[in-house]
Write a protein that binds this ligand. Sequence first.
Ligand SMILES: NC(=O)C1=CN([C@@H]2O[C@H](COP(=O)(O)OP(=O)(O)OC[C@H]3O[C@@H](n4cnc5c(N)ncnc54)[C@H](O)[C@@H]3O)[C@@H](O)[C@H]2O)C=CC1
Ligand SMILES: O=C(O)[C@@H]1CCC=N1
Length: 279
Amino acid sequence: MSQTNTSHTAFPSIAFIGGGNMASAIMGGLLRQGVPASKIIVVEPFEGARQALQNNLGIAALPVASEALRRAGLVVWAVKPQSFKEAAAPVADFTREALHLSVAAGITTDSVAGWTGTRRIVRAMPNTPALVGKGMTGLYARPEVDAQGKALIEAVIASTGELSWVEKEEQLDAVTALSGSGPAYVFLFLEAMTQAGVDMGLSAEQSYKLAVATFQGGAELAARSTESAEVLRQRVTSKGGTTYAAITHMQQQKLPEHFIEAMRKAEARAKELAAEFGK
Ligand SMILES: NC(=O)C1=CN([C@@H]2O[C@H](COP(=O)(O)OP(=O)(O)OC[C@H]3O[C@@H](n4cnc5c(N)ncnc54)[C@H](O)[C@@H]3O)[C@@H](O)[C@H]2O)C=CC1
Ligand SMILES: O=C(O)[C@@H]1CCC=N1
């Protein structure tokens, strides 16, 4: 992964099309990095979302596309895959000279190129921990994006956490299934672990605290260790002990296999979204 040398003073104006969760996470990262709100333009048709942007980030969003978008050197597409084509129609004429960054799940850069009239496109798959600067974003750049363009994208995304480039665009569907949707898997496990703690006599509050700290600690240990996850797991699992009882049950129930199958469903859905909403 290359390091970026783009300081925030070198940032162009950045337009966000869609001002919901993911756009807010990226805007929050930019503001934390010292990018002035005056460099951020947002098109957001939903009044409630515009109010939230004003209240939470101090950013005044436009309800519809306007000439103001011509200022943008970078356009970030943060609308749902279902709304992308419709959102692009009124914006495209103002943004043909800009670099484009799409975070929409599934939607290919060929589709984005067709709707925006430019091929300078990077496609990204971020995740919601970006809200707290702990995001993980997979990125794919079309060949038309030069090194300077990639450095700018890295600087924007680095404000939300870590990033990793993929060589083939289709690999972003795997990134989507893994780290894009992944926080939801973590939260599902947190819910189940918390429920089990309550069933065994702990309070919901204490049980949740234990579960969250266990995820944080386990992830930090894995990140800092040179050992594989398998070895780290074996170190917790004394033969005939408590962990052994739990893990053996999970393996007998084919939990890992089911989990892998579930992630393949997410990957397949990313491809379906492209087919359904990319035309
Ligand atoms: N939430 C997540 O965990 C992740 C989401 N994504 C992708 O990010 C994109 C946005 O997702 P969220 O931020 O979660 O959704 P969201 O619903 O919070 O935000 C989308 C925003 O777009 C606005 N919008 C609708 N039509 C529009 C139009 N014609 N022009 C401009 N804005 C319009 C909506 O009012 C809404 O505020 C999606 O494509 C999703 O696939 C990617 C990675 C993770
Ligand atoms: O569920 C979704 O479609 C989006 C993409 C990854 C996370 N949320």
